[in-house]
Design a protein around this ligand. Structure first.
Ligand code: NAG
Length: 317
């Protein structure tokens, strides 16, 4: 009887993880020495990559991409190889989004009209529209990430609605957001409250009140339990990929695997882990990837279906 209950419990937890298709997200683009985007995807460790960042936009500014040493966005064609990498990543089942904002930049949205114009620019230059000056060539990104850390939060809800209006049953424009862990976020709460966001990767670092510190995860877990109440499909635990990746908040991978993930994996909206950033990820994603999924090896959505219909879960845990 106890054995049966345990088996059912095990099956239920595996099923929940499989339904979620939990995975690892990261940011690529802010360090010239982090390798190519295609190489990041070829590790097989990531299910989502945010290209960072579009650092200038809004209020009539000409939008500018900043990709550190990877290419020079002001030279036509200099960054188009990244578009080929995007296509290669998508071929591996990795979703690639363009991240807006970041901690250094010049951006704001002055009105709903302005938000609409930025959405049109993003649609034509990075998504399913067309323009003569697509920085990443013909690659069609999967969506847009909001990493708004500066200025007013006004009109980002309008931007989310305008981007979302381009979604069709055939092709969704995915939206993600990277708020800081103090709740609600000062820059993204209006946008997230639209209910239009697929992924919310919360930054549990550089934020003393809600991050892991001195061997103690209580503040982080209590903040997590608030974040999972937001109106978004999936919530991710954002952490530094190495001690040097952030001022504070680094969690050793063994602690993440044994003391943090087991306490959040069961949340209905648990989506996985976000790592800042690809450059700093020297073994961290490899050390946590099985734990992100609760020990299941089925990570990608394509494998997910095989696992559900074939139910090889019990014989091959
Ligand atoms: C969540 O957002 C969706 C889409 O905007 C909306 O239809 C729904 O009512 C919202 N749910 C809650 C609980 O606010």
């Amino acid at each position: 009887m106890a054995a049966l209950a345990l088996t059912l419990l095990f099956l239920a937890s595996q099923f929940m993880n499989l339904c979620h298709g939990a995975g690892i997200a990261t940011y690529w683009g802010q360090h010239g020495d982090e390798g190519t985007l295609a190489a990041a995807c070829a590790t097989g460790n990531y299910q989502y990559i945010n290209i960072a960042f579009l650092t200038v936009f809004g209020n009539g500014r000409t939008p500018e991409l900043n990709l550190a040493g990877h290419c020079n966005p002001s030279l036509p064609g200099s960054c188009s190889w990244i578009g080929d990498d995007v296509v290669a990543c998508q071929g591996r089942g990795v979703q690639v989004l363009l991240s807006l904002g970041g901690g250094v930049g010049t951006y704001s949205l002055s009105s709903e009209d302005d938000a609409q114009q930025v959405a049109t620019y993003l649609w034509n230059n990075f998504l399913g529209g067309s323009s003569d000056s697509r920085p990443l060539g013909n690659a069609v990104l999967d969506g847009i990430d909001f990493d708004i850390e500066l200025g007013s939060e006004q009109n980002y809800d309008a931007l989310a609605r305008a981007l979302s209006s381009h979604s069709t049953p055939q092709r969704r424009v995915y939206l993600s957001a990277a708020p800081q862990c103090p709740f609600p976020d000062a820059h993204l709460s209006e946008a997230i409250n639209t209910g239009l966001f697929d992924y919310v990767w919360v930054q549990f670092y550089n934020n003393a009140p809600c991050q892991y510190a001195n061997g103690n995860a209580d503040n982080l877990l209590s903040s997590w339990n608030t974040w999972i109440t937001v109106n978004a499909s999936r919530v991710f635990l954002g952490v530094p990929a190495a001690p040097g990746a952030a001022g504070s908040g680094f969690i050793p991978s063994d602690v993440l695997n044994t003391e943090v993930l087991p306490n959040i994996r069961g949340s209905m909206k648990y989506g996985g882990v976000m790592l800042w950033s690809r450059f700093y990820d020297d073994g961290y994603s490899t050390a946590i990837r099985d734990s992100v999924n609760g020990g299941s090896r089925s990570r990608s959505r394509s494998r997910l279906h095989v696992s559900i219909f074939g139910i090889p879960i019990i014989g091959n845990p």
